[in-house]
Design a protein around this ligand. Sequence first.
Ligand code: C2E
Ligand code: MG
Ligand code: MG
Ligand code: MG
Length: 288
Amino acid sequence: RAKADIARAVCFYERSMDEIVRARRNLASELREALEANQLDIHYQVQTSISTGEIRGYEALLRWEHPQRGFIAPAEFIPLAEENGLILQMGEWILRTACARAASWEPPYKVAVNLSPVQFVHTDLPKLVADVLAETGLAPERLELELTESTIFADRERSLYMLGQIKALGVNIALDDFGTGYSSLDTLRAFPFDKIKLDRSFMSEVESSPQAKAIIRAVLALGKSLDIPVLAEGIETHGQLALLTSEGCDEAQGYLLGRPAPLQQIITSGQLTLAGGDVSGQAVVTVR
Ligand code: C2E
Ligand code: MG
Ligand code: MG
Ligand code: MG
């Protein structure tokens, strides 16, 4: 009887594994179609200076609204795109689109674009970035590229070389999700980052866990001594913001300051206004 149960369980397991694999394959091909049909979208989330409250820029975040399934989170579809190489085409699309839009924002607002480790391995990134800047006319200092420690971990020599080339263009480099990856301190020593983004997992515990608070303090001290500004991700409450303010954090990003939203919505909310009063979203965009 136990044997039969196990056999049934194994059979069920194999069938469900099979279904998972098939579902993933379907989703991957639907993602390719969505990209080609121009159905992917970009939402923007504000990044704010803590001391002055000024807007520093916006992070561009990929969005996929599936016609049947509705919203699918990047955490679900980006790994798929990384597996099948689609991330290269997708990464190029978001970089080009985000830069083209930001080129018509009023300076000095920046646009931050996330890079996948796969792009570092399979793309001539410095050339792509240089080409996109030339095409769109965006000033290099208004572009910030975000990468995580896992990117550098994947191929250290190659990624550090590429980052050096990209930085030489005048583009900013931010270390994303700091504190969750490998060999954090060594990564900081090896490359002159323009910003450290402290992972939001610390923020969710900051008010309850002395350990999380101690780590935040230590990272802020590290940023100060290395002369690298620190941005706190995932600020959701006034308490968190007050704490980060009193600890001397430089910038903040999170639902409290603004949720990721379509550009048009940011414009309508008054954070962004269009030059000439055009509300079609196609015209020149001015950030105020
Ligand atoms: P990330 O780069 O660390 O982006 C920040 C994520 O935190 C976003 O999730 C954002 O919506 C979320 N977030 C912001 N503020 C808060 C908050 O106060 N509370 C909570 N709970 N979450 C907050 P999202 O948009 O789901 O993106 C997840 C990840 O997917 C990103 O993490 C990034 O690693 C990746 N991703 C998104 N767009 C792209 C892209 O264009 N290219 C690549 N390679 N990766 C991307
Ligand atoms: Mg990011
Ligand atoms: Mg992050
Ligand atoms: Mg993240």
